[in-house]
Design a protein around this ligand. Structure first.
Ligand code: GDP
Length: 233
């Protein structure tokens, strides 16, 4: 396992809603550090934020009508400038092309240009991983060299062995991206994997630069990924 003993442990329970921004220009000042959660609609993104923060009211905030297409910011109230960011959910099948392009534009602007963004938690339903949306997020993250931590959530819907096999299969598919991408099994229902997620976020919030060192160390972890871009599926 990665040695996290010297990294401050953050209290994600202190997260509170700050603001919702339709575009990058309206996001709060780029002071401090933030970690963004992305995922296709219904992947389990809101539930994972609830589970991380132990606060079901936070994600409800993001699901408020009118806010679902916005970039929602939650500040940690621990005397620092640290934020969790809930990015717009994304359902390719349901939205008109024009709306889809508009979302893509705002999402890519945020991901490609937001200086205080330390890393992206990409939430995937373990039964439906690596969607078109997920591939797009990985491409953008790769473009700007930002680390991605994949949560294979709803793991409680599978037997443990099958979930592990899926983890290994996806890790292998993504091995070309091993220096930027890590992956773990998660379940909001069972609260499985919360500690591992917190440790990853603690590390990102504490250290903006040393992702490569972090990636190398995390190879020792049983849940960490190793390398290869997926074929363009
Ligand atoms: P979002 O659209 O990505 O924010 O997805 P939600 O967090 O709202 O979850 C979508 C649906 O999946 C809801 O019915 C949740 O209760 C369910 N769900 C989310 N996470 C889990 C999980 O870990 N296990 C199970 N069994 N269901 C989950």
């Amino acid at each position: 396992m990665t040695d996290t003993s010297s990294i401050p442990t953050l209290n994600y329970q202190t997260a509170q809603y700050m603001i919702s921004a339709p575009t990058l220009a309206q996001c709060p000042p780029e002071i401090g550090a933030e970690v963004a959660f992305a995922g296709r609609s219904n992947a389990g993104k809101s539930s994972s934020i609830n589970t991380l923060t132990n606060n079901s009211r936070l994600a409800r905030t993001s699901k408020t009508p009118g806010r679902t297409q916005l970039i929602n910011f939650f500040g940690l109230h621990n005397g620092t400038d640290q934020r969790l960011v809930d990015l717009p959910g994304y359902g390719f099948a349901k939205v008109p092309e024009k709306v889809k392009l508009e979302w893509q534009k705002h999402l890519s602007e945020y991901l490609l240009h937001r200086e205080s963004l330390r890393g992206i938690v990409l939430v995937m339903d373990i039964r439906h991983p690596l969607t078109e949306f997920d591939q797009m997020m990985l491409q953008w993250a790769d473009e700007v060299n930002k680390p991605v931590h994949i949560l294979l959530t709803k793991a409680d819907k599978m037997k443990r062995g099958a979930a592990k096999n899926e983890l290994f299969r996806i890790r292998d598919t993504l091995k070309e991206w091993a220096d930027l991408v890590s992956i773990q099994i998660f379940s909001s229902l069972k609260k499985d994997g919360v500690q591992e997620l917190r440790q990853k976020l603690d590390m990102w919030m504490a250290d903006p630069v040393d992702h490569e060192i972090e990636a190398v160390s995390s190879e020792e972890s049983s849940e960490a990924i190793s390398p290869e871009k997926p074929s363009e599926a």
